[in-house]
Design a protein around this ligand. Structure first.
Ligand code: ME8
Length: 475
């Protein structure tokens, strides 16, 4: 079985914040689940950067840097941030790379030959924040883009268009045949009714762009950033659509970019006669203390700040346990800190330390007879992962931590060992079994703590040395 996972390729006009980290960590966690299940070589994980957009050009000007230098620095920043927080991608694609430019031109030519690209005049309202044209009806009461709170630019230019309007029925057929094409279900319903309301052709080139991939049929035009960016999913996979991974693709994205991924992208693929993507999962957005994360509010949180203070595993599991994958939610520094203290340091860390210290003390580290793990327990966890219910899988993990801590407090094996060593051994056997189970789940949920848990659990015969898994942080 093969699995191909992707994240959005992020704009490089700014550095990563925890919204981007949330999506990338969620994808990395799903990837880890599948790597463990079907083998590392059967999973391909792609991420990268979206560089050919007007906002990048503007950001480079603001930073007073030549565009190439700016792009190289920013792409490196994104890549190393992901490496620092423990993301294990198989490839990182940049839309300024040759392999990408070549693929965009190839796909463009295919769609052009099919007769799905034509030249026309366009008058419209362009928002550089969204990198898309907006309709009058999309604007707020002030005539501003509702997301970016800025007036869009009025643009009149000659553009090339893609005949998206021809693909409504075939897109609906995809939704009909493949129930899982877009998840969660609520997003699917939104997009299906959007398609049913009738699709318009879209502009896919810009005459005025200063930067980007030149149209192979007209040197004056640059390929529109979204038409260009979506193709990363093919250019970043060796041999693109010919790679067997392609037929097992899953795009993880935020709900803000579903129309691009679930209407335009499959239509482009249909036109280029490439089989459509298998699955798209659109996750929700979170606010910070109830407010939208934005530079102007000054509440943007860097994933590196959290990982430096609490560690990569805390960042991962803390973000992913805040709300169910697919829903919207909120993030607050106070809740995060509380989660670290009570669930990680006080919960998992304390449990491992207590059990191993006790077994080392009362049984001289010799493991009592091994109890095997119930298959049902593992299957529950796997089921949640297959449904991408990451938060529920984390809750399940902590329910095992809690039940182990309760058992420890109830049975008090340190007292029992003094009066009935056989009874104490039984309690320790159950506790060690629970620790083993938690360690297996931690390989996916807490990948940097996992090796330390293994060391504490020791080998078949004996436990290892006890130590603190989650250090106390400064106030
Ligand atoms: O849209 N909560 O890139 P982008 C959760 N380049 N997730 C959030 C978030 C928040 N508050 N803010 C951002 C682009 N995200 C295009 C993509 S793909 C072919 C091109 C996440 O840098 C979420 O996953 O604006 C969202 O979809 C993504 O960042 C947008 O990143």
């Amino acid at each position: 079985m093969k699995k191909y996972f992707t994240t959005p390729i992020y704009y490089v006009n700014d550095i990563p914040h925890i919204g981007h980290a949330y999506c990338t960590l969620a994808t990395d966690t799903l990837v880890r689940y599948w790597r463990k299940k079907v083998g590392k070589e059967n999973v391909f994980f792609l991420t990268g950067t979206d560089e050919n957009s007007q906002k990048t050009v503007d950001a480079a000007k603001l930073a007073q840097k030549p565009i190439d230098q700016y792009l190289n620095e920013m792409a490196k920043n994104w890549r190393t941030t992901w490496e620092q927080i423990g993301i294990e991608f198989d490839d990182f694609v940049r839309t300024t790379e040759k392999r990408h430019v070549k693929k965009v031109q190839e796909i463009f030519q295919k769609i052009y030959k099919k007769g799905d690209i034509y030249k026309g005049k366009y008058t419209g309202l362009y928002c550089t924040g969204c990198e898309t044209f907006l309709k009058e009806s999309d604007l707020d009461l002030n005539g501003h883009c509702p997301q970016h709170k800025k007036p869009p630019q009025k643009i009149e230019e000659e553009n090339y268009f893609f005949r998206l309007s021809h693909y409504g029925d075939r897109l609906l057929e995809i939704y009909e045949k493949n129930r899982g094409f877009l998840q969660p279900e609520s997003r699917r319903n939104e997009i299906v009714s959007f398609i049913k309301s009738g699709l318009e052709d879209i502009s896919i080139s810009r005459e005025t762009s200063e930067f980007g991939i030149t149209l192979p049929i007209d040197g004056k035009h640059k390929v529109y950033v979204w038409f260009d960016a979506l193709i990363n999913y093919l250019s970043g996979l060796p041999q693109g659509e010919k790679n067997e991974f392609w037929d097992h693709s899953c795009h993880i994205i935020g709900k803000d970019i579903t129309r691009f991924h679930c209407v335009i992208w499959p239509a482009m693929l249909l036109s280029a006669e490439i089989s459509p993507v298998t699955e798209v999962f659109a996750h929700g957005f979170f606010t910070i203390d109830g407010q939208k994360m934005s530079k102007s509010l000054g509440n943007v949180v860097s994933p590196l700040t959290l990982s430096e203070k609490y560690g990569n595993d805390a960042l991962r599991i803390g973000l992913l346990s805040s709300f169910e994958f697919g829903n919207d939610g909120d993030f607050s520094a106070a809740n995060f800190d509380n989660f670290y203290r009570s669930r990680l340091a006080g919960g998992v860390g304390n449990l491992f330390n207590r059990v191993i210290v006790l077994v080392n003390k009362f049984l001289e580290g010799k493991k009592p007879k091994k109890l095997s793990i119930e298959n049902d327990e593992l299957r529950n966890f796997e089921q949640l992962f297959e449904e991408k219910k990451i938060k529920s899988a984390i809750d399940y993990f902590f329910s095992v931590v809690d039940s182990a801590n309760e058992l420890l407090n109830k049975e008090e094996p340190w007292k029992l060992a003094k009066v009935d060593i056989e009874a104490a051994k039984n309690v320790f056997a159950i506790l060690l079994q629970k620790l083993e189970f938690l360690t297996q789940m931690a390989e996916i949920l807490l990948p940097e703590t996992y090796p330390e848990m293994r060391i504490m659990l020791g080998d078949e015969e004996c436990t290892g040395e006890a130590h603190i898994l989650f250090q106390k942080t400064d106030e």
